[in-house]
Design a protein around this ligand. Structure first.
Ligand code: HPA
Length: 268
């Protein structure tokens, strides 16, 4: 049975308005939903973690949770599949197509990232204004027809960005804004690669989000994306970069996202 049919069989009233993808250390945000239905990914054909060699990523959940946030029906993907898990840039496509088929018009993407910018510090949130696809992989390779030629200008919806800036100001939360560079991972960057990324004009570097944005734009979803900054890029500070550190530091970003996202969903 397709993921869509399975979801509809578990939850006949499964129409949603928006979908949210949670990054490393951010899975606590599911607590924001009421009236929830949880379906594990392994019951959903094509959802993350089902291709041969992918084993999930610690700090990431593996459930689809549908519930109510700020009076709207939304779906949360508690974890994602990254390109580095299996070499598949389109790994998130079946899940995103399913969310669009359930009615989602907006997609909220969260991730953890390393900062390249002295004004954007660990614990800060950085709204994505644009991205650089440095990994060079594209999830639409092999897609037939003209819809693959997706226009990526304003791929991070200017209206949603503006709304979220207003929301964070009224909540007294500082929200930085910048360009996210997608590095395939799973190894972290070298010091020289971080220097290159700075010269390319990026403000943060991370291992996700970009392929999801490309797929979502092809599907016609409005995208809002935000990085929880967990560290300075390699060589920019004395701290030791590790996945453990990423998960621990993401908690600070999660606390702020817990306040911003429900207000953004209300304002969609
Ligand atoms: N590099 C890439 N991805 C990351 C980092 C980083 O420094 N921190 C958290 N995710």
């Amino acid at each position: 049975m397709s993921a869509l049919l399975h979801i509809r069989s578990v939850l006949p009233e499964s129409r949603i308005e928006a979908a949210i993808v949670l990054g490393s250390g951010l899975s606590g945000l599911t607590g924001l939903l009421t009236d929830t239905t949880t379906i594990p990914y392994h019951e959903l054909e094509g959802f993350p973690g089902q291709s041969g060699r992918s084993h999930g990523v610690s700090g990431h959940g593996s459930d689809l949770v549908i519930g109510t946030m700020s009076g709207r029906r939304v779906a949360i993907l508690t974890g994602r599949e990254h390109y580095y898990e299996n070499g598949n840039a389109a790994a998130m496509r079946p899940a995103l197509e399913t969310l669009a088929a359930l009615g989602a018009k907006s997609l909220i993407l969260t991730n953890s990232a390393g900062s390249l910018d002295p004004n954007i510090r660990p614990g800060d949130l950085m709204l994505l204004s644009d991205h650089i696809n440095y990994a060079g992989m594209n999830p639409l390779i092999g897609e037939p027809g003209d819809r693959r030629f997706v226009n990526m200008v304003d791929c991070y919806d200017p209206g949603l960005r503006q709304k979220s800036i207003g929301i964070s100001q009224s909540l007294g939360i500082s929200l930085k804004e910048g360009i996210y560079l997608w590095y395939s991972g799973p190894s972290f960057e070298t010091v020289a690669e971080i220097q290159m990324a700075i010269r390319l004009g990026a403000n943060a570097v991370g291992m996700s989000t970009v392929p999801e944005t490309i797929i979502a734009r092809m599907l016609g979803l409005k995208v809002w994306a935000c990085s929880a900054i967990t560290n300075m890029g390699a060589g920019l500070s004395d701290e030791n970069i590790s996945h453990e550190h990423t998960k621990a530091m993401a908690v600070q970003g999660a606390e702020k996202l817990t306040k911003i996202i429900p207000a953004l969903v209300e304002a969609l």
